[in-house]
Design a protein. Structure first.
Length: 103
C-alpha cells in the first residue's frame, strides 16, 4: 500500500493556512486558487476510479468552505493513488497552489 502521508500532510498545512487567512486574502485570490486545486485533485481521483467517464466538477461552496473542499478532494485522491509518481505530482500541485495563493 502506498504511503500517502506526504500528500495529506501538505494538504493539511495548506488548509490550515486557508482557514487562518483573513477574508481579504481569500477574496484576493487565495480561495480561487484553492478551489482550482480541489477541482483538479477531484478530477484526478475520479479519473483513477472510473477511467473513461466524464468527471463531475466540484461546486463552488464559497470561500470559507474551500479549505474543507481541498481536504476532501485530497483524501479522496489519496485513497486511489496507484504509484509514487502520481503521489509526487499531487504533492507538487498542492505546494504550487499554496505558493500561488500566498498563504
Amino acid at each position: 500500500m502506498l504511503d500517502t502521508t506526504p500528500l495529506t500532510a501538505a494538504v493539511d498545512r495548506f488548509a490550515d493556512h486557508l482557514r487562518a487567512a483573513p477574508q481579504s486574502r481569500l477574496q484576493r485570490g487565495a480561495a480561487a486558487v484553492a478551489l482550482d486545486l480541489a477541482r483538479e485533485l477531484s478530477r484526478r481521483a475520479q479519473h483513477l476510479e472510473a477511467p473513461g467517464t466524464e468527471p463531475r466538477e466540484m461546486p463552488d461552496a464559497g470561500m470559507f468552505a474551500v479549505a474543507d473542499q481541498v481536504t476532501v478532494a485530497a483524501r479522496d485522491l489519496a485513497v486511489v493513488l496507484g504509484d509514487s509518481d502520481q503521489l509526487a505530482q499531487a504533492v507538487a500541485l498542492v505546494h504550487e497552489a499554496q505558493a500561488r495563493a500566498g498563504v
